[in-house]
Design a protein around this ligand. Structure first.
Ligand SMILES: [Zn+2]
Length: 268
């Protein structure tokens, strides 16, 4: 799945370019994406685009929602219909003669046209959004502090907190100075507060530097992927820690691999 910063940036682009726009064409790659029965989106207007966990939800004026699940293989490109970046997409959505949204890397079932009620039922199981105004350190501690799993697994549990995956969980724990294999139920109150602040600051900084997906969202996009070179630990096994000069290691946390600097991150 794409993690929160990437979804945030996609949503911002979609809201800026397509809010208020009318869908005039709908073409899907019939071998790869099941888009049958969704032609009723043609003629509808996008009112609003929402980010919900790992989904982008288009609110349409026909009383339905177009729901796009963003796996880590999918990406979007916004351009003119004849732009190179809009060719061979699995789904293209036309907005008049000059604007196309091309969606790549979709699997069957990743695109759905649902009633408002069905969207709520389907996405009800996801946890808190860490950028929600109501999210705070206390809430984080209450939700995670009884878990016996590693901190890495606890942070990646989409039913508890939505939008943090393999990459940002490692970066967050590095920023907080907490080992990924530490058990969630062993953190002190002070560490929960530090973890909360790290979640918010890492996600916001990733957003401000374009996230880690290097695939451009449109022809003028020079921001996307800018955070990839700022990663402190993820994917950097054997390289020098940018903070202390020690070595970044790979550790196992509840069976998941995680990257950490064991000098900067606390012992269990
Ligand atoms: Zn270090």
């Amino acid at each position: 799945m794409h993690e929160l910063p990437e979804l945030y940036l996609y949503r911002a682009m979609l809201a800026e370019r397509y809010a208020g726009a009318r869908i005039t064409a709908w073409n899907f790659h019939d071998k790869l994406v099941d888009g049958d029965g969704m032609e009723e989106v043609i003629g509808s207007t996008v009112w609003y685009v929402e980010r919900r966990a790992n989904h982008l939800v288009f609110h349409l004026d026909i009383g339905k929602r177009l729901v796009l699940y963003m796996s880590n293989k999918s990406y979007l490109f916004s351009g003119a219909p004849d732009d190179h970046g809009c060719q061979n997409a699995m789904l293209t959505i036309g907005f008049g003669d000059d604007r196309t949204l091309a969606i790549y890397g979709l699997n069957k079932g990743d695109v759905q046209l649902l009633s408002v009620k069905a969207v709520e039922e389907q996405l009800r199981g996801y946890g808190l959004d860490p950028l929600d105004k109501g999210f705070n350190g206390d809430m984080l501690r209450k939700r995670l502090s009884k878990k016996r799993s590693s901190m890495k697994a606890a942070l990646m549990d989409q039913k508890t907190i939505a939008g943090i995956g393999a990459v940002y969980s490692d970066e967050i724990m590095f920023a907080a100075g907490i080992r990924p294999d530490m058990r969630a139920n062993s953190l002190s109150a002070e560490l929960w507060e530090r973890l909360y602040r790290a979640i918010v600051s890492v996600l916001q900084e990733a957003i401000s530097h374009g996230g880690i997906t290097k695939q451009p969202m449109h022809d003028q996009d020079s921001l996307s992927g800018g955070y990839a070179e700022r990663l402190q630990v993820y994917g950097r096994e054997g390289e020098a820690c940018k903070r202390c000069g020690g070595t970044v290691s790979k550790v196992l946390a509840s069976g998941r691999k995680a990257y950490a600097c064991l000098s900067c991150q606390l012992e269990q």
